[in-house]
Design a protein around this ligand. Structure first.
Ligand code: THU
Length: 140
């Protein structure tokens, strides 16, 4: 599948605006491209009981899954402290829980694009971020 990574990053940036992060003040947006060619977005949503927070990646994933999607081709992630200047963006990698959550629905070569400062985009794959992973096929 031809993946427009710039478009996916744009969608993640747009989604980031919906972040609810009054505790960390760290805003994350994510955009998932599914096998069907649709894009689902999400942002991090925090909670006064901090551990109940959900990351941007899982917000996007849950939206996609609920709409019937089961296979993810790519995800773009854009995260930075509340500011939006180009230089404020950090390479915001998916946390461990999100890596495992995405693994369940990842196509074998699922791409991961991460926005950095100065319009840089880091490219990797979910299997690089989560090698030797456990998935549904292991349950037999
Ligand atoms: N966060 C994400 O949204 N995705 C990640 O993969 C890492 C962390 C959020 C959770 C919390 O709202 C804030 O970033 C600081 O940890």
């Amino acid at each position: 599948m031809q993946i427009d990574k710039e478009l996916l990053i744009e969608k993640a940036l747009e989604a980031r605006k919906m972040s609810y992060s009054p505790y960390s003040h760290f805003q994350v947006g994510a955009a998932i491209l599914t096998e069907s060619g649709k894009i689902y977005t999400g942002a991090n949503i925090e909670n006064a009981s901090y551990g109940a927070t959900i990351c941007a990646e899982r917000t996007a994933a849950v939206k996609a899954i609920f709409e019937g999607e089961r296979l993810f081709a790519a995800i773009a992630i854009a995260g930075s402290p509340e500011r939006t200047a180009e230089e404020d963006f950090v390479y915001s990698y998916p946390c461990g829980i999100c890596r495992q959550f995405l693994r369940e629905f990842a196509l074998p070569d699922m791409a991961v694009y991460i926005k950095g400062p100065e319009n840089e985009i880091k490219e990797t794959t979910l299997s690089e971020l989560l090698p030797d992973s456990f998935g549904p096929e292991h349950l037999g």
